[in-house]
Structure formats: structure tokens, C-alpha cells
Ligand binder design. Structure first.
Ligand SMILES: [Zn+2]
Ligand SMILES: [Zn+2]
Length: 100
């Protein structure tokens, strides 16, 4: 597995497609990026060209997913909109003004 900007992500390689899902660092809420078409048939991935295509698809998926997450300036975690206070740039775990 490559290193993603979120702490957790998963990939789906079914049907000749490659699709990445990224998870919020706090609640585990997920965002799934659009699937990328991959060279080769299902289960038959030729080495080098596939790796290159994988890398490109992974980068594109991360770029897309970044729009759906927010980076906490304190703990540097990427969290979903519900777990983020844009006024302070803090996630709910770091936000001192959080209720409860
Ligand atoms: Zn969340
Ligand atoms: Zn935080």
C-alpha cells in the first residue's frame, strides 16, 4: 500500500477499475474517489505499465479527495467537514470550544 494523505484508505481493484476510498481521521467517515480505468483485464495486470497507471490513479484520487477533507492545523489530521471548525482550522478533537 502507498502512503496516503489520510491515515487510512482502501482500494478496490474489481472489474479492471481502480477505486480509492479515504477515511476521516476522527469519525472514520469515508469519501470514495471516482474509479480509474486500468490497463489489462481483471486479475491480469502487466507489471510496469500497471504500476505507473496505479500511481497516477492514486495521485488523482488523493487530489480529488483532499477537496472533501480538512487538515487540522494542530494535530495535522485530515478530517471530514463535520469534524472540522473552519473558523479556527481545528478538528473537533483539538477545538477548545467544542461542546460537551
Ligand atoms: Zn469525520
Ligand atoms: Zn486536530
Amino acid at each position: 500500500m502507498e502512503k496516503a494523505f489520510t491515515q487510512r484508505y482502501s482500494e478496490d481493484r474489481s472489474q479492471g477499475h481502480l477505486q480509492f476510498t479515504f477515511y476521516c481521521g476522527l469519525c472514520g467517515g469515508k469519501y470514495t474517489a471516482p474509479a480509474a480505468e486500468m490497463p489489462g483485464k481483471r486479475g491480469l495486470f502487466p507489471g510496469r505499465s500497471w504500476k505507473k497507471a496505479y500511481r497516477a490513479a492514486f495521485d488523482a484520487a488523493q487530489e480529488d479527495a483532499r477537496e472533501h477533507f480538512n487538515r487540522c492545523v494542530s494535530c495535522k489530521q485530515w478530517v471530514c467537514d463535520q469534524d472540522f471548525n473552519p473558523d479556527f482550522g481545528l478538528c473537533m478533537a483539538c477545538d477548545p470550544g467544542k461542546g460537551g
